[in-house]
Design a protein around this ligand. Structure first.
Ligand code: NAD
Length: 502
């Protein structure tokens, strides 16, 4: 495993335009996924650090230029951010791969997507228009859109930099100031944001970053009275905790949570394309993908052929050094996560027919490697059918009829994505409209235009971001009503009081 040059050995917070340690000096260790060596420490934020970050963000919001700048001026800064991300995409991908264990070719795509998020929201705010309503001779009403204030952004470790950009770009485009709490397993690439923003001309205090453990720094951010909204991406159980904690302050929330998404393959599907896509859908990003098609439902007539061909391909997926461009599945992010995924592989051996993988590849004795693992004949009440594993493990289940497929597809607590493979157009549309999923792809894996809504239903999330919906989340739409003529007001307390509608 090659180690990138000039890696930091310690990561600080970034508050009010300065790199700082935790007030109390606390730190935590960061591990390298290919050998679990502790390669770096990071400042571990506590409530005092969150207080300082929120104070800086509040000051920048109340008195700084950012929320008051013209959309074009903000967009210029955001486009410079995108340029800077692209300019250092190789370095960024190398760092991301080192910290997360994601294959380098896939990490490169994440940097491009992060830049695209900034360009997209720069365009969107310049083109933003708001509603005006006229009641002839009587009233004019218009929407005064205002950034809400200090946004708390809490992100997971699976594609850290890209998911941070996903929240930072719309929050900043809207004119909010932010406190970002990145995932503690993978703080490395987040350390690049400070310089990128500074060079792009973002005023001090608009972007603040506090590293730390979720139950400490994350919890303090969620509970801080100066933070009116929280955008969270992570596990459904963490989302439930944050939901409860937000209730106290009646905060705005956007929740992108876990998934157990079905890929449903009907007998008339293009089987070659379906096999390519469903392999990529669950084994790309090491299977650590919220929208992974981790349950494959296959119609009986093609079931055995599908299983045989799918397993043969899974066995030849290249597992190894994440920095090697040939690698298709790298190392899982952390030993705790490795233990979780490995335990599901053992559970799967009791619940299904093992067709490929089944644990650590023999040639990789250290690091968090799991071979792409395929279980067939998995019953709908099996744990590996119901629970999110978030690793390179897939469950395959047969079905006979379209109705049965729909019942199986909807038979989990999650509802993030679904993938349909068929050439029956009307059937596919009807199926798509009845499935419990925030996003459905027909004859495709997850390819998403940034204008479309992103989000899940049931335990997979609350609210939809994406396109203008993200701007709606980070802004208030104040309605201003102006009378254009005399208003008929009941004269309370006067002798000629008349009951007139006001
Ligand atoms: P996680 O819930 O463990 O952690 C996510 C973030 O929340 C981290 O920054 C963590 O420090 C913080 N956190 C943890 N406890 C907290 C608390 N009590 N208060 C405040 N913050 C807290 O999730 P993870 O393991 O980092 O990420 C994997 C999960 O994320 C999977 O379930 C995956 O499906 C989900 N995910 C969802 C999407 C989506 O868009 N729906 C995208 C990516 C990942």
């Amino acid at each position: 495993m090659s180690t990138p040059q000039n890696l930091p050995t310690h990561l600080q917070h970034y508050i009010g335009g300065e790199f700082v340690e935790s007030v109390g000096g606390e730190t935590f260790d960061v591990l390298e996924p290919t050998n679990n060596r502790n390669y770096c420490t990071a400042a571990a934020g506590q409530s005092a650090d969150i207080d300082a970050a929120v104070a800086a963000a509040t000051e920048a919001f109340r008195t700084g230029p950012w929320p008051r700048m013209k959309p074009r001026e903000r967009a210029t800064v955001l486009n410079r951010v995108a340029d800077a991300v692209v300019a250092q995409k190789d370095r960024l991908a190398e760092m991301e791969t080192f910290d997360t264990g994601l294959p380098i070719t896939q990490a490169k795509g994440q940097a491009e997507r992060a830049a695209e998020n900034f360009r997209f929201f720069a365009d969107l705010i310049v083109a933003q228009s708001d509603d005006t309503y006229k009641v002839p001779g009587s009233q004019l009403n218009y929407v005064n859109r205002k950034p809400i204030g200090v946004a708390g952004l809490i992100t997971p470790w699976n594609t850290p930099f890209m998911l941070e950009s996903w929240k930072l770009a719309p929050a900043l485009a809207s004119g909010c100031t932010v406190v970002l709490k990145p995932a503690e397993f993978t703080p490395l690439s987040a350390s690049l944001w400070a310089q990128i923003f500074e060079d792009a001309g973002l005023p001090k205090g608009v972007f603040n970053l506090v590293n730390g453990i979720g139950e400490q720094a994350g919890d303090a951010l969620v509970k801080h009275p100066g933070v009116p909204l929280i955008s969270f991406t992570g596990e459904s159980s963490t989302g439930q905790t944050i939901f409860r904690n937000c209730a106290e302050g009646l905060k705005g929330m956007s929740m992108e949570l876990g998934g157990k998404s079905p890929a449903i393959i009907f007998e008339d599907a293009d089987l070659d394309a379906a096999i390519d896509s469903t392999l990529f859908g669950v084994f790309s990003l090491n299977g650590e993908r919220c929208t992974a098609g981790s349950r494959i439902l296959v119609q009986r007539g093609i079931y055995e052929e599908f299983c045989t061909r799918y397993a043969a391909r899974a066995k030849t997926i290249v597992v190894g050094d994440p920095q090697d461009p040939e690698t298709q599945v790298g190392a899982l992010v952390h030993p705790e996560h490795f233990d979780k995924v490995a335990s599901y592989v053992e559970i799967g051996k009791q619940e299904g027919r093992l067709l490929a993988g089944g644990g650590r590849p023999e040639e990789l004795p250290e690091g968090n490697y799991i071979a792409p693992t395929v279980f067939a004949d998995v019953a709908p009440d099996a744990r590996i059918f119901q629970e999110e594993i978030f690793g390179p493990v897939v469950a395959i289940t047969p079905f006979d009829t379209w109705d049965e497929a729909l019942e199986l597809a909807n038979n989990t607590r999650y509802g993030l994505a679904a993938y349909l493979w068929t050439n029956n157009l009307a059937g596919a549309h009807n199926f798509a409209q009845n499935i419990d999923a925030g996003m459905v792809w027909l004859n495709s894996h997850n390819v998403r235009d940034l204008r479309t809504p992103f989000g899940g239903v049931k335990a997979s999330g609350l609210g939809h971001e994406g396109g203008y919906r993200s701007i709606d989340f980070y802004t208030d739409q104040q309605a201003v009503h102006i009378s254009l003529g005399p208003v008929h007001t009941p004269k309370f307390g006067s002798d000629d009081a008349a009951l007139v509608d006001g």
